[in-house]
Design a protein. Structure first.
Length: 152
């Protein structure tokens, strides 16, 4: 397996734009998710464990797992978009590889192929224990579209 180069840090302006957009997402606030890392073409979102985001067996619910993966990929693409644009998901596919358990789950969205209109991202979600042990619990791929920001 080849080593991946670390992406360049996103500029302070891009980070501010990403965080402002994330703060407007009702679902992420409702779930209790937060962005923990913003780089050029890469974003991490963490969701702490709590009863409200689990399913009947105590694992993180697939809906919560998928939601933070979708947002991580969307914001990873958004880091590469011009300031006057927005991002929307066109489609995504996620494979749930193992029950999502741990102190929290962490979604990592990484741009695989940027484009003028469509961008493709890799989605990974890790179950993270309090001792730092990480297990890949879901992975997928996503296509996003860049649209012009509507006039307000």
């Amino acid at each position: 397996m080849e080593a991946q180069a670390q992406p360049e840090p996103a500029s302070p302006e891009v980070q501010q734009r990403i965080l402002a957009s994330f703060d407007r997402q009702g679902l992420m606030a409702h779930l209790g998710a937060r962005i923990t890392h913003i780089a050029s073409g890469r974003v991490h979102i963490v969701l702490p464990a709590r009863t409200e985001v689990t399913q009947q067996h105590g694992y993180f619910h697939a809906g919560a797992t998928s939601a933070i993966a979708d947002s991580a990929g969307g914001y990873a693409a958004y880091t590469l978009f011009p300031e006057d644009s927005e991002v929307l998901t066109v489609e995504y596919k996620i494979n749930l590889l193992a029950p999502a358990a741990g102190d929290h789950i962490e979604a990592v969205g990484t741009v695989l192929k940027p484009g003028r209109t469509l961008t493709v991202c890799r989605l990974e979600v890790f179950g993270v224990q309090s001792d730092g042990k990480r297990e890949l619990v879901a992975n997928g791929q996503q296509t996003l579209i860049r649209v012009n920001r509507p006039e307000r």
